[in-house]
Ligand binder design. Sequence first.
Ligand SMILES: *[C@@H]1O[C@H](CO)[C@@H](O)[C@H](O)[C@H]1NC(C)=O
Ligand SMILES: *[C@@H]1O[C@H](CO)[C@@H](O)[C@H](O)[C@H]1NC(C)=O
Ligand SMILES: *[C@@H]1O[C@H](CO)[C@@H](O)[C@H](O)[C@H]1NC(C)=O
Ligand SMILES: *[C@@H]1O[C@H](CO)[C@@H](O)[C@H](O)[C@H]1NC(C)=O
Ligand SMILES: *[C@@H]1O[C@H](CO)[C@@H](O)[C@H](O)[C@H]1NC(C)=O
Length: 282
Amino acid sequence: MTEIGRSIDFVIGAFVCLLLSCRGSYGLQSDVNCLRALKDSLEDPFNYLSSSWNFNNATEGFLCTFTGIECWHPDENKVLNIHLSNMGLKGEFPRGLQNCSALTGLDLSNNKLYGNILSDISKIVPLVTSLDLSSNNFSGEIPKDLANCSYLNVLKLDSNQLTGQIPAEIGLLDRIKVFSVTNNRLTGPLPTFSNRTFSAESYANNPGLCGVPLPSCRAPSKKTHLGVIAGAAVGGMIIAAFGVGIGMSLYLRRVSKIKKDDDPEGNKWAKSIKGAKHIKAS
Ligand SMILES: *[C@@H]1O[C@H](CO)[C@@H](O)[C@H](O)[C@H]1NC(C)=O
Ligand SMILES: *[C@@H]1O[C@H](CO)[C@@H](O)[C@H](O)[C@H]1NC(C)=O
Ligand SMILES: *[C@@H]1O[C@H](CO)[C@@H](O)[C@H](O)[C@H]1NC(C)=O
Ligand SMILES: *[C@@H]1O[C@H](CO)[C@@H](O)[C@H](O)[C@H]1NC(C)=O
Ligand SMILES: *[C@@H]1O[C@H](CO)[C@@H](O)[C@H](O)[C@H]1NC(C)=O
């Protein structure tokens, strides 16, 4: 019974491991490689990392004591969140993060990071629920591959040098609750989120964003085109009204003539025609 139970446990365990691509000792080494690569790829002028991130005494869970590192379990080298905000760090988006394969939160805000946000970012941080790259110097376009980070709840890209359009695919992020791209150089139409909208605050201080809740997107050439059409329509209506007016007065004159001839006592008709003429003249 216990034998069977144990082997069932083992099978289930192995299966779950397979599903989660269980890391075991290899995985522990993977997260060590991740943080080592992260440290090596960033300039750290205030020694936040070099004073705390010491890889020489590699015990189980030693990563979890590093500044800014939070693990799934304090005694296991499996990184849950990385918070390296406001440390003066300099460099490009660290590709080495790919080896922190269970990472769910990344906060690199308020540093001096530059270059593009990686176009295959969903391969680097596929499980992130929170990504904060705000107040750096990232440039280029927002990669549409961010839409493949489908667990994102919080996405903060404000105060960078991002250009181009916000990819429409971003609207596919259906768990998103916090979204900000303020203070960039973005242009073009806003994405449409499947079941929510963000206020104008999320988009403020970009030169060319448009669409609800911002002013609507309308190319200036289209505007003049519309103006011409409207002008032509109004002109046409005035001419038509003139035509109808002239036609009507001729018709009424004829009618009055006929009626006078037909009806010698045509008081009623004469009165009504006078009335109509009077109204038209005024
Ligand atoms: C390594 O760290 C552990 C706990 O942090 C400590 O007990 C041990 O003495 C350290 N070993 C070395 C060689 O520094
Ligand atoms: C991840 O770690 C492996 C070594 O385990 C290394 O060969 C690989 O280059 C690392 N990946 C990245 C993106 O740094
Ligand atoms: C940001 O990057 C631009 C070039 O993309 C550069 O001219 C500027 O000096 C950078 N600003 C900071 C604060 O690093
Ligand atoms: C998401 O990933 C799939 C497969 O890699 C790709 O075909 C698709 O274009 C990606 N979606 C976005 C929005 O990048
Ligand atoms: C958004 O849509 C998803 C699936 O389309 C749904 O699970 C979720 O509850 C919705 N959220 C809100 C706030 O309506």
